[in-house]
Design a protein around this ligand. Structure first.
Ligand code: ZN
Length: 177
């Protein structure tokens, strides 16, 4: 079992464990912002602890896996588990397109990759999956899915702007990222 994941305290209702789509600071492509560690407990912690291929440390009754030992090791001064600073979300930004990888302090939603300047205002989403769910909510096709849609501002749910908004979202989704 994967444990705490990243501390997304400054991002209300973000699923406890998940990656964010961010814009690569180098090539502007879709990059991933993710937790530097996985925290394991019980059997998973014991298994990881005795597996030489996994680097990490015993911590708080479990085992913290260093997912990026070179980029963001456990001893890093910004370790978000040890050094909890309110309103700071540290993680690792990785770009599959240009290979850029670095330790990164999240600046949300400014870092968001899925940002659309729509006629109803700026619409941003955590991930493509989130944007697709928002689209379904706006279109009225579905209100279900993993993300809480109660936070979607009402300005995006007006009947009179619905068709235009859907076209703007579709144009963005169809773009070659
Ligand atoms: Zn890049």
């Amino acid at each position: 079992m994967i444990g705490l994941g990243i501390r997304f305290g400054v991002i209300p209702n973000y699923p406890a464990r998940g990656d964010l789509a961010v814009a690569c600071p180098h090539c502007k492509s879709e990059a991933v912002f993710t937790s530097p560690y996985d925290f394991l407990r019980d059997d998973a912690a014991e298994a990881a602890c005795s597996d030489a291929r996994i680097t990490g440390v015993k911590w708080s009754g479990g085992f913290a896996v260093e997912r990026f030992p070179d980029t963001f090791p456990w001893k890093d001064p910004n370790n978000p588990y040890v050094q909890v600073v309110r309103n700071e979300v540290w993680g690792v930004l990785s770009c599959g397109k240009c290979g850029h990888r670095r330790k990164h302090l999240l600046n949300w939603p400014a870092d968001a990759f899925y940002v659309i300047e729509t006629s109803a205002g700026a619409l941003w989403a955590y991930t493509r999956e989130h944007l697709v769910q928002i689209r379904q909510r706006i279109s009225g096709e579905s209100s279900g899915g993993p993300f809480d849609m109660n936070r979607l501002p009402r300005q995006f749910l007006l009947k009179r702007t619905q068709a235009r908004l859907l076209r703007e979202i579709d144009a963005f989704l169809l773009r070659d990222h």
